[in-house]
Design a protein around this ligand. Structure first.
Ligand SMILES: C[S@@+](CC[C@H](N)C(=O)[O-])C[C@H]1O[C@@H](n2cnc3c(N)ncnc32)[C@H](O)[C@@H]1O
Length: 224
């Protein structure tokens, strides 16, 4: 894929999440009723599981600095803020997602701890490094995962925590079909070997892959 094609694809993802911000927010909304709730509780279990894996990996967040790349509606950043993190920066290129994230921060009075930056992470300039970097549900949409993982490594001193979806016999094709029918663009899948290869290419000193048991995929926990 050429650089131009990759930029176009990222722009497509950007617009897609801008449009779908409300749908994404509903995934984490316990007050949601009817079909949406039924669908989310049955078909989006991996989203809840990867959240638990990330939170367990961070453990005691007190005093930690954290960057959440592709922070979406801000569920991770506000949770980490409530757990006493020193600072949490959410980065996303979707304005719609960031608007909801901003409202969540305000509602929970976390303005001192949680901040937001609208940017394509690949172009983000940040002189600071973070104890943890998180990228959940983001590699699904990346045409160039190596550059992205390299950049995550470069801003992290402690651990990089990132999820990768894997092929599955039923969910994978269904998701791909749903994306085609609703013009949601490409989705990328990774085998365990693909993720291991990526982590080695990026040169982490240590890494492990935590399986997402309710779906198919892994959370990479890597030390730079
Ligand atoms: C599926 S959502 C996941 C949101 C959140 N991490 C969660 O799990 O609740 C993926 C998010 O990544 C963002 N994203 C994808 N590629 C990005 C990039 N290159 N730079 C910044 N944000 C990106 C999208 O805009 C979207 O909000």
């Amino acid at each position: 894929m050429t650089t131009n094609e990759m930029e176009k694809e990222l722009e497509f993802v950007n617009r897609r999440f801008d449009r779908d911000a409300g749908v994404f927010e509903a995934i984490y909304n316990d007050e949601e009723k009817g079909f949406t709730r039924w669908f989310n509780k049955n078909f989006r279990k991996p989203i809840y599981e990867r959240f638990d894996i990330a939170m367990n990996t961070v453990g005691d967040a007190r005093g930690k600095s954290i960057i959440d790349v592709g922070c979406g509606t801000g569920v991770y950043i506000t949770n980490l803020g409530q757990k006493g993190a020193k600072s949490v920066l959410g980065v996303d290129f979707s304005e719609g997602m960031l608007r909801i994230a901003g409202e969540r921060i305000k509602k929970l009075n976390l303005e001192k701890t949680c901040s937001l930056r609208r940017a394509n992470f690949l172009e983000l300039e940040t002189p600071e490094k973070f104890d943890y970097s998180i990228a959940m549900g983001v590699f699904d949409y990346l045409p160039d995962p190596v550059t992205f993982l390299n950049k995550l490594k470069s801003v992290t001193t402690g651990k990089v925590i990132a999820s990768f979806p894997s092929h599955s016999l039923i969910r994978g094709p269904l998701r791909k079909l749903r994306y085609i029918l609703t013009s949601r663009g490409n989705v990328y899948y990774y085998s365990k070997a693909d993720i291991e290869k990526l982590a080695k290419m990026v040169g982490f000193s240590h890494f492990e892959l935590v399986p997402v048991k309710t779906g198919s995929g892994f959370v990479l926990v890597a030390t730079p």
